[in-house]
Design a protein around this ligand. Sequence first.
Ligand SMILES: *Cc1c(COP(=O)(O)O)cnc(C)c1O
Length: 370
Amino acid sequence: MAGRVRGPAVAELEIDLEAIAANYALLCERARPAAVAAVVKADAYGLGLAPVATRLSAAGCQRFLVARLDEGVALRRLLHEAEIFLLDGVGRGEEETVFGHRLVPVLNHGGELELWAGYARSLGQRLTAAIHLDTGMNRLGFSEAAFGRLTAERLEPLILRLVMSHLACAEEPEHPLNAIQLERFATATAQLGEVPRSLAASSGIFLGAEYRFDLCRPGVALYGVNPVPGRPNPMRPVVRLTAPVLQLHEIEAPGTVGYGATCPVRPGMRIATVPVGYADGLLRSASNRATARIAGIEVPFAGRVSMDLIGLDVTAVPREAVAPGTPVELLGGPDGVDRFAAQAGTIGYEVLTRLGHRFRRRYLGGGDRR
Ligand SMILES: *Cc1c(COP(=O)(O)O)cnc(C)c1O
């Protein structure tokens, strides 16, 4: 091991709330005249529900979507006025909690609709709801036929706040399913009158005006991931992950790095060990494939990602620029998350939602300015 006593071995995840607010503003501009709701499911894609939702609310966002009931309950405690949609809908036994927290369930099938309508009747009042129409993803939502059978009488106990569908291939503008889903959605919902309609998530906003309807529902683009893969990222970067070098090895004899001995090294190479691993969300599939940066120089992952550690080949970094304690940028810059995701064989969504909780988390720009 070379040299000096190391500094504190602390990885830091910086989350730029100002950038999230700026991304919200940019998406609002692109979506206009449609409104924009923020998707904050899965702890705001791993970045922290409370700071993210509070900042978005301060930026003027009034509608939010979460997946699970407990996410909706947590969000209601933070935001008293916001309209909060539950993508998972309402299950038996959950009616009171949904109603008590003024959450709007997205009804995905007839049984769920009957449950919520029945609860409304038992209360003697109409209840807000949204309806999900499946236009080709075969994941959630009423089939077009079942949607067509929704009579005024069945809907009477409900105040419909939204009819929505979800695109399967929005990040591939040329994919034929986009136009098919658009056509199905437009046709099936043509008779709805005043009920707001929503089809586009992050990438859908960029498919063209006809995809935007009344409300867009971006998630990942708010958090800096590129909604238009293959083109320059219009979003501001939100996360930056850095960690200090823990130990530096001057390789003196031929050998290998890490578990499984998958990465050969020869004398003259230098390997830096950094205290982040797959338990922190640096996916093991990034082994021997991903890159990080030291002093702006790209350094390849050397060997397998361990639970708590990775090795980096820092041979290309000038000797004086790397020592124990030197900061390494693991995620950062305009395409940081997307680049790491591609290297690890996954998508930015998974990289964000896997980010662990052992980092020191630092939020930038958390004020309540508009
Ligand atoms: C997650 C989700 C979104 C947000 O998608 P992004 O691609 O992150 O913008 C929107 N709508 C539905 C139904 C979702 O499940």
